[in-house]
Design a protein around this ligand. Sequence first.
Ligand SMILES: Nc1ncnc2c1ncn2[C@@H]1O[C@H](COP(=O)(O)OP(=O)(O)OP(=O)(O)O)[C@@H](O)[C@H]1O
Ligand SMILES: [Mg+2]
Length: 485
Amino acid sequence: MWVVNIIFLLFLAPCLLFVLRFILYRTALIFVLRKWANWVDDRIHVHQYLKVAELNENGQDNQFYHKVFIYINSLPSLEDSNFTNLFSGKKSTDIILSLDDNQVIQDEFLGARVSWVNKVERLVNGGGCNRSFLLRIKKKDKRRILRPYLQHIHTVSDDIEQRRRELKLFINNKPSENPINGRWRSVPFTHPATLDTIAMDVDLKNKVKSDLENFIKSQNYYHKLGRAWKRNYLLYGPSGTGKSSFIGAMANYLNYDVYDIDLSRVSDLKLLLLQTTSKSLIVIEDVDRLINEKLTTTTTSVLLNFMDGIVNSCCGDEKIMVFTMNSKELIDPVMLRPGRIDVHIHFPLCDFNSFKCLANSYLGVKEHKLFPQVEEIFHSGATMSPAAIGELMMVNRSSPSRALKSVITALQSNGADAKIVGKGKRLSDNASSSPLPLPPQAEEIDGGNWKDSVPVAKEFRKLFLRLKSCKSPSLFDHDSEMIER
Ligand SMILES: Nc1ncnc2c1ncn2[C@@H]1O[C@H](COP(=O)(O)OP(=O)(O)OP(=O)(O)O)[C@@H](O)[C@H]1O
Ligand SMILES: [Mg+2]
């Protein structure tokens, strides 16, 4: 009989626990219980209070108050506090939560529970109020967590501010304008490109994303190595393949300002670079053309010093420099050596995968009965720049079938033109002169994914070997890489 009782109890106990849990969570009694538990916990510990006032003793703004404000209002536990204010944000759909006056909010850090009070003391005569945040921390936890916790608040609020701030595009002034307007003038940066809207190999895109993410987290690593915290990218490929759009996408992804340097307007590049701020993308476009036409030896050497991080290290770090060019062929390999260019990204003409990505963004079409025909034409060697294909799709966007047919016609006539022109021409020669760029030479026609393309893979290997031969064994192994698609 007792065996039956035990089995019955074993069965009953989990059922009761389940029902109890259900009631607690459904009726929000769990919050009451937690409150009691915290109350008991508070009675048996000694606490210390730290006040962060809005104004310092001279009546000036206390920057740390501002940081605490941002931090507290970003805590998930804000939703559990008794009173929370709701405000609309910058965008009409944004809703911002903010802790109400004299409300308490709980936080946890390194396993310790702390709480903040948003204290507001009304002044008796003459209105106004004193605002402060009061941190309550257990004495036993103070020594262990206080410093890292305050540092954590700094880091989190800086990060939030960085994400919220309005990006700027800086353009360098003509030397004659410098004394009046300074070296840079800025406008809001509103480029709509994102990494999602750029048609490129998915693996490559993910590689670039993780490279950027690693970079922004690596301040200590760079400083430990005694290197400037900077990373240099080279984007190369024919005209209209998305290099400039990719720069916009990088800036939006990182939330960095953009400094677009027009070298034809520069009289003192070093001073110009010294006036760039950290968390910025410094862009020099069409380097191959500039090197051949305009760059003086002084400008080139300043540029190389900047790439090496010598000038850079004097003007705040966390910078990414981006160079674009149509082809690397005419560039001195010294300029492209590891450490100067850390990441090479090839932007090829369109292949079928990029075409599908464009069809999805421009026409909202994932599959279509004309796709097999398009695929066949791509496989036969015809190609165009994503810019040209995008343009055809855009003007015919009201009818996806018409848009695809016009792309097919353009690809076919482009392919025919290519046969007449022959294989000898270089990609970059064709790209800039023709509105619908001619296909690349035969061995690059399958380009797009270097893994699938023997000639591009060969080029990759060749470049890789060249870079490897310049490497010092350990350091560059980690830091320089080639990314191609
Ligand atoms: N890979 C791509 N994905 C999405 N859109 C693209 C892509 N390539 C080009 N485009 C579209 O084509 C237009 C021109 O692209 P972009 O200016 O970025 O090309 P580019 O490589 O910088 O050309 P250039 O070498 O002539 O400066 C942009 O409007 C962009 O939206
Ligand atoms: Mg461009």
